[in-house]
Design a protein around this ligand. Structure first.
Ligand SMILES: C[S@@+](CC[C@H](N)C(=O)[O-])C[C@H]1O[C@@H](n2cnc3c(N)ncnc32)[C@H](O)[C@@H]1O
Length: 227
């Protein structure tokens, strides 16, 4: 059997995927990871959050829609702006299993069925395909984002997702001062971001995650040409 439900210490659940030998979210504390790694540095502390009418998030790896669910919740608390969430995924088997187990929210159920979800000031779009060609298409269409959630499986079990061209495309898709966040502070992730021109920082994580730090990479301010 490919999938197994795992209960984590903060009361949330995730799936173990035997194909990759890993869980979709932290096996210690799934929901804590969502907030500490992705939403605190990537959204809540992002200077673009209140500076843009539409705050645009691009996720690499829909997985079980755990980040998607939190994005929809955060949108509810925003007084005057919207969240637009775009997510890239090539294999919906994990999402389908999460739905079958009755663990998924309304957003994931609708997104998997219709490729789109909309509710008040939150919208989500599922782009089916491989990261690299999808990122190339987004770049060619002139898209830009305020936050990128870099969330494939680990560099060890999902190595092609952590290659320099993927980081370069991700960096190209960020607005100035926008942020890329990831749970991995591996050499390949840090070097990929630095070579793509991002400023790399480490974020301290809560003890429950059993892991010291996560990655925050910021796109520098655009330097205007002086006469
Ligand atoms: C760790 S899980 C994502 C967890 C998810 N963000 C969540 O909140 O539940 C990684 C996902 O990335 C997808 N993935 C890995 N490599 C990919 C690639 N090259 N192109 C598209 N999807 C990929 C996997 O199928 C898997 O669903």
């Amino acid at each position: 059997m490919r999938f197994r439900v795992e209960q984590t210490k903060d009361g949330s659940s995730t799936l173990f995927d035997a194909k990759f030998g890993e869980c979709y979210k932290s096996r210690h504390a799934a929901n804590t990871e969502v907030d500490a790694v992705f939403f605190a540095p990537g959204v809540k502390e992002n200077p673009w959050l209140y500076a843009s009418k539409q705050f645009r998030i691009l996720e690499l790896g829909l997985g079980l829609g755990t980040n998607l669910h939190q994005a929809a919740k955060i949108a509810e608390s925003l007084p005057n702006n919207e969240i637009e969430f775009f997510t890239i995924e090539r294999d919906l088997a994990g999402a389908e299993k999460f739905i079958e187990e009755g663990l998924a929210g309304q957003e994931l159920r609708e997104l998997v069925k219709n490729r789109e979800y909309k509710c008040k000031n939150f919208s989500a779009t599922l782009i089916c395909g491989d990261f690299e060609p999808v990122l190339q298409k987004l770049k060619a269409s002139g898209e830009s984002f305020h936050a990128i959630f870099f969330d494939p499986f680990s560099p060890k079990s999902n190595p092609e997702a952590w290659q320099p061209p993927i980081f370069q495309l991700a960096a190209d898709l960020l607005f100035p001062e926008a942020r890329l966040v990831s749970y991995s502070v591996s050499r390949i992730a840090k070097d990929g971001c630095t070579q793509a021109g991002l400023e790399v920082h480490k974020i301290r994580l809560p003890e429950i995650l059993n892991k010291r730090s996560a990655l925050l990479a910021i796109k520098p301010k655009r330097i205007e040409n002086r006469p």
